[in-house]
Design a protein around this ligand. Structure first.
Ligand code: ADP
Ligand code: MG
Length: 683
């Protein structure tokens, strides 16, 4: 087509001559306004339809792409509200067939009977599973081939598969995209920073849709991944640039409290703890406001590092605050701080939604609390040091709010959720990082085992042996109450049974729906060893510290997330006794077993985090609330480390030459997220 007749990507869709009004309506319903919006509806994947997978003989872990012929299809009705449609396909094409069969199955989709019938040639895509000896793909993606497909865009090449736009069939969508690429000048769809030469961006757009080789598609993907990383890194570098401010506090000149604290400890700090405290101290002594992340697996001793830092802060005369995400955790911290710091004469106070407690009449030096702290400006006269525990449980704006109670306080955020290096750069790229990669000495080993269909009597015997020897046990359940839809035994139900089974030992029940006071009482009794066993939900995930407990039995383990299971397991192995974590499951799905096996294989939070990321993807692992991640379509956080670094270099260059993005990079301001801009505005 004559390029001068081509349209710019900014043209509105509703003036299109090749789309029907219904199609335009469907597109606008999902927010598409221009040709450019439609062009950016990139395929979710490609199928190489020059060759197909062989019909498998057994279940597959990965989806397969098969070509075959429907030889039989029927509807089945199980009840008034439950029906299925099944089609059997035979391998082969063009009239030459083998003898391998696969059953395709859909539930409650009656309209399929009108679409797909014996005699149709199809391409299907999905995971194969074993259904009582029959190989089945449930809800496959499929496309019916037509006689006149020949060498069309639908076959014999690398074919784009799009995320559905409701009301537009896959084939039609592919045709629309193909037309679009001829009618619209792709170079008018721009990104305001050239991560690679501009001319080639238009090619990459085309190749992202209709590549002639898989390498071409991969090349295009890399460009768009780089642009995504660039956007994230621009945010990170922008936020970081705000810290090059030299008007912060200088703390940590006086160290007498810290020395007294060290002398009172019955143990030596680990090398990693000492190193982290040194790094923090250097930050505190600099006039640049500290913004540091302390990363360390559960039980690595973060609390003691935070305590040391807070002592340095209050020794300089200001106040320090610690914010924790739950009541239990805040109370636990308060107890720990009291135990170690009250003897040094430190004035403490606890402030949660339902409780206030002060160790002294005079104003507190260290204030510990939950979200409630955000609304207690009056509690602070001179807040100079802020610690945020389990920081990923708080939003950027909550962090900012607590910080705003002080005047440029030094900030330490802590997390026990280890994340792979690439994600650290992404999420915490604006922070300096200290890592506790060493467990305190004298810790018993943790042995993890996976058991299906275990005998209750055996578990009971195992637990009792340890209770008789003076230890304590956690029995973890995913649910509080029995529910009809879910077949899992609930904590409440289980509590009755375990109370009887473990007699004469005492059992308690702890779950999130209990009033805070009752929860605290139960924890108190468990800590005091008045209760030897605790039936609990994941409320014990963080903060609970009872070194005498050495067994954790997790029921229906497959229902918990991997990171959560690792956190739960962190409740044991805190004392000198050998500890046991037993994962119970009835599940036989390969995904569940792979997940649980990862815990058996490793006790290293970073390894587990990578498995988790691989199994679930970053959006699910970190929650889309973590800014920037929800828009990621191309970038792969595990595989694209180099692209991420490249993006960081670009972002550093941009901010170095145009720190406020007011010059030639002004168009990039649109890529700085709103929360970040709001923060900038406030400070
Ligand atoms: P985290 O907050 O990283 O999960 P904590 O700071 O709560 O870990 O410490 C976990 C447990 O280890 C606590 O019981 C604490 O008393 C103990 N602990 C911390 N540091 C050391 C150390 N250096 N040596 C021995 N025990 C330690
Ligand atoms: Mg902790």
């Amino acid at each position: 087509m004559d390029p001068s007749l081509q349209l710019p990507a900014t043209n509105p869709l509703d003036q299109s001559s090749f789309l029907t009004p219904k199609e335009i309506a469907a597109m606008s319903a999902i927010g598409m306004k221009t040709y450019g919006d439609l062009l950016e509806h990139y395929p979710k994947r490609h199928e190489d339809r020059r060759r197909f997978d062989a019909f498998p003989m057994q279940p597959t872990l990965q989806p397969v792409c098969l070509r075959g012929m429907v030889i039989d299809a029927r509807s089945m009705r199980y009840s008034s509200s439950f029906a299925s449609y099944e089609a059997i396909i035979l391998d082969g094409k063009g009239g030459v067939f083998g003898s391998n069969k696969i059953t395709l199955r859909w539930f409650n989709m009656p309209f399929l009977a009108k679409m797909l019938a014996a005699g149709h040639e199809v391409i299907v895509y999905g995971k194969v599973k074993d259904q009582k000896g029959k190989l089945v793909i449930d809800h496959p993606e499929f496309e019916i081939l037509r006689d006149d497909d020949g060498t069309s865009i639908h076959i014999d090449g690398i074919v784009p598969i799009y995320k559905n736009i409701s009301g537009i069939a896959q084939r039609r969508l592919r045709e629309i995209m193909h037309t679009l690429l001829r009618r619209v000048r792709a170079e008018t769809l721009t990104f305001p920073y050239d991560v690679a030469p501009r001319q080639r961006r238009a090619d990459d757009i085309e190749h992202a849709h209709f590549p002639v080789s898989l390498e071409q598609a991969a090349q295009a993907r890399r460009r768009f991944a780089l642009e995504e990383f660039f956007t994230i890194q621009l945010n990170v570098v922008w936020r970081r640039a705000r810290h090059f401010d030299h008007t912060g506090r200088v703390l940590g000149k006086k160290t007498s409290l810290l020395t007294a604290f060290y002398q009172s400890l019955p143990f030596d700090l680990t090398g990693a703890q000492k190193r982290s405290i040194k790094e923090i101290l250097a930050d505190m002594r600099s006039p640049r406001p500290m913004n540091r992340l302390l990363q360390g697996d559960v039980g690595s001793g973060k609390t003691f590092v935070a305590m040391a830092a807070m002592l340095l802060a209050i020794d300089s005369g200001c106040q320090a605050a610690l914010m924790a995400p739950t009541q239990i955790l805040a109370e636990q911290h308060y107890l720990t701080f009291q135990k170690w710091l009250a003897p040094l004469g430190v004035r403490l106070s606890l402030r949660t939604g339902n409780r206030e407690e002060h160790s002294h009449e005079e104003q507190a030096q260290i204030i510990i609390g939950t979200h409630a702290l955000l609304f207690q400006e009056q509690a602070f006269s001179d807040l100079g040091f802020v610690v945020i525990d389990e920081q990923h449980k708080f939003g950027v704006s909550q962090r900012a709010r607590l910080i705003s109670h002080g005047k440029k306080p030094d900030v330490l955020v802590m997390t026990a959720t280890p994340i792979p290096r690439t994600l650290t750069l992404t999420l915490y790229g604006d922070l300096d990082v200290s890592v506790l990669d060493e467990r305190p000495a004298n810790r018993g080993k943790i042995i993890t085992a996976l058991r299906s269909n275990p005998k209750v009597s055996e578990i009971t015997k195992f637990i009792k042996e340890h209770l008789d020897a003076g230890r304590q046990t956690y029995l973890v359940y995913p649910l509080v109450e029995e529910s009809e839809s879910v077949k899992a035994e609930s904590a409440t139900e289980a509590f009755e049974k375990w109370s009887k089974r473990l007699k004469p030992h005492q059992t308690g029940l702890l779950h999130g729906k209990m009033p805070a006071e009752e929860k605290e009482q139960i924890m108190q009794r468990f800590r005091a060893n008045e209760l030897q066993a605790l039936v609990a939900t994941s409320v014990i995930e963080v903060g609970v510290d009872v070194p005498n407990a050495n067994i954790m039995i997790i029921h229906h383990a497959e229902r918990f997330g991997l990171a959560q299971l690792h956190q739960l397991r962190g409740r044991i192995g805190r004392g000198k006794h050998k500890s046991y974590c037993v994962l119970l499951t009835d599940s036989k799905t390969p995904e569940a077993l792979e997940k649980l096996q990862a815990l058996v294989d490793s006790n290293d939070g970073f390894v587990i985090a990578e498995v988790d990321l691989r199994l679930r993807g970053p959006g699910d692992v970190l929650g889309t609330a973590q800014s920037g991640l929800s828009d990621i379509r191309f970038a792969d956080f595990l595989a694209d480390t180099n692209l991420l670094r490249e993006a960081r270099t670009h972002a550093d260059e941009v901010i170095a030459t145009d720190p406020k993005l007011e010059g030639i990079h002004a168009p990039l301001r649109a890529f700085i997220d709103h929360e970040t801009l709001a923060l900038e505005h406030r400070s």
